[in-house]
Ligand binder design. Structure first.
Ligand code: ADP
Ligand code: ZN
Length: 516
């Protein structure tokens, strides 16, 4: 059985006794010569899925990665444990890359890391054909999709790969792909029918908390006082913010450093290595920080300002608690931050998609339903129960039986054949006499006017809850129309009851916060 050499290699090179869930299945899939899509959270152990085939199969595994700055570290790390790895990218001198090419041609390499530019440069496929490639691993594969949050145009040409090497298995790996990104990613790579391996994104040891963004520095200092000697990261929106905050924390006696793309490479490397060695306890950083950082004892992550989307948020909080023991995450949220981000995004490419994603982030921050459920639903995972380890679960708002309300909303969406967005659906529920409502005959459907008793504002809040709870989702690819999730069937046809949070309590809570 092929798993024997795989397991032996896991022990020999990496010192581990057992594979994590899915790793073994993915490796055997590669041995069978099949393509695959791997979705695992950061730190989930994706690399092993191509490293083990690389050291056990005949030929070289070619790993495509956009993170050029990390290649050297990755390769050094592998060499240190006896894996024959090398990399090729634009930062190398000619003599260096020549040596690597020679090693490949001599069949000496288990693994060859390349940047997408290098892979697609002229003559490179011909070069690869001089020897045998056993696997193409596309790391950070979400970068190929314009739906993703990290689109890289140079990645789109990777579709040539499957055409040029139809018999070499392709493994697309990512930590951050929502439903749409995942579909698009597979299509673009020409492996739409490939098996998908989706690991759970649940990280139950991460405590989730959102607080109103007032007096943030004071709140942070209080937060730190309760956590002496614990390492953590504070994510900020701007370079200036990282520096100012770090300065304040130093004044308050903390070993803190700022980290952002505007620092020299040497400086960044120093901050990073001091943090890994526990010389620096706190890093105030922009999103540039953390990519590929393997530090297991980060005890907390704070977001000084809200990230642009839930993918980034999830990836950033995921840097805490990798050792599996409890870790805290804290997000500061204010409506003003939302507006600032909205402005920033509006000027950028594919703004429409990014704005829809920002709205999901805002819904998360404003939500009064279990935050982990929202997060996991976003990644298409429905656990069907509250987590018990977020601020909402710890301090539950008043709930009521919202089954009838949910039935009205869901059946309106069903009767409208999932063809309307939230705003219009609410207008129809409220029996609006708007011209386009009447012109389209929406006043003829059975739920027209069934929700007259509630304001538009209340309805939109409850629709938000139904989305968060996984009964509905928004089809961003189709004019943000509302769609029924599988759970909606259970409410409409199988008598499932729905518990909702009383909207009144939301107002009370907001007022309480404001008067603080
Ligand atoms: P990812 O690429 O998904 O972010 P990595 O491949 O870097 O994750 O793995 C994260 C950490 O988990 C690494 O320290 C790695 O050595 C460790 N790891 C991976 N697979 C196993 C395993 N089967 N048993 C124990 N540790 C593992
Ligand atoms: Zn919860």
């Amino acid at each position: 059985m092929t798993s024997v050499p795989a397991r032996a290699a896991l022990k020999k090179y990496f010192g581990y006794d057992d594979f994590r869930p899915l790793q073994q299945a993915i490796i055997e899939h590669v041995y069978a010569g099949k393509d695959g899509i791997v979705l695992m959270p950061t730190g989930g152990g994706k690399s092993m899925c191509f490293q083990i085939p690389a050291v056990t199969m005949t030929g070289t595994a070619v790993v495509v990665s956009p993170l050029i700055s990390l290649m050297k570290d990755q390769v050094d790390g592998l060499r240190a444990v006896g894996v024959r790895a090398a990399f090729l990218n634009s930062t190398q001198r000619g003599s260096e890359s020549h040596e690597v090419e020679q090693a490949y041609e001599n069949g000496e390499l288990h693994l060859l890391y390349v940047s997408p530019e290098k892979l697609l440069s002229s003559g490179f496929f011909t070069f690869l054909r001089r020897r045998r490639v056993c696997l193409f691993a596309i790391d950070e594969a979400h970068c190929i999709s314009a739906w993703g949050h990290d689109f890289r145009p140079e990645y789109t040409r990777l579709r040539q790969l499957k055409q040029a090497f139809p018999n070499v298995p392709v493994l697309a790996l990512t930590a951050t792909a929502d439903r749409l990104t995942r579909r698009d990613m597979a299509e673009q790579l020409g492996i739409a029918d490939a098996q998908q391996f989706i690991a759970s994104f649940n990280r139950p040891n991460l405590r989730l908390e959102v607080r109103p963004g007032q007096k943030r520095r004071e709140q942070i200092v209080r937060f730190l006082r309760d956590r002496p000697q614990q390492a953590g990261i504070i994510y900020c929106l701007s370079r200036k913010q990282t520096e100012q905050l770090s300065e304040k924390l130093r004044e308050a006696g903390y070993r803190s450093e700022a980290y952002h793309a505007g620092l020299t490479a040497d400086r960044r490397a120093k901050v990073q290595s001091d943090f890994i060695r526990d010389k620096t306890l706190i890093v105030c950083a922009t999103i540039a920080f953390g990519m590929g950082i393997d530090k297991s004892n980060v005890r907390w992550v704070i977001h000084y300002t809200m990230p642009k989307n839930l993918e980034n948020y999830y990836q950033e909080i995921g840097r805490a608690g990798r050792d599996g023991t409890d870790a805290d995450t804290l997000l500061f949220y204010s409506y003003n931050d939302y507006l600032t981000l909205k402005d920033m995004i509006s000027g950028s490419g594919n703004a429409e998609i990014q704005l829809a994603k920002l709205d999901r982030m805002k819904e998360y921050a404003e939500s009064l339903a279990c935050r982990r459920r929202i997060l996991l639903n976003y990644f298409s995972e429905d656990h069907g129960e509250d987590c018990g380890n977020c601020d909402v679960c710890a301090n539950p708002p008043e709930r009521f039986d919202g089954t009838v309300l949910a039935q009205k909303a869901l059946s309106a969406v069903a009767r409208l054949r999932e063809s309307t967005g939230i705003g219009l659906t609410i207008d129809i529920l409220r029996g609006s006499g708007r011209k386009d409502v009447l012109a389209n005959g929406y006043d003829q459907i059975k739920t027209y006017g069934a929700g007259r008793d509630m304001s538009t504002y209340d309805w939109s809040q409850y629709f938000g809850q139904l989305i968060s709870l996984g009964y509905l989702y928004v089809a961003h690819e189709d004019f943000n129309k509302l769609r029924l999730a599988p759970a909606a069937r259970r409410v409409l046809f199988e008598g499932e009851t729905v518990e909702l949070v009383k909207f009144q309590t939301i107002r009370d809570r907001k007022q309480a916060e404001e008067s603080q």
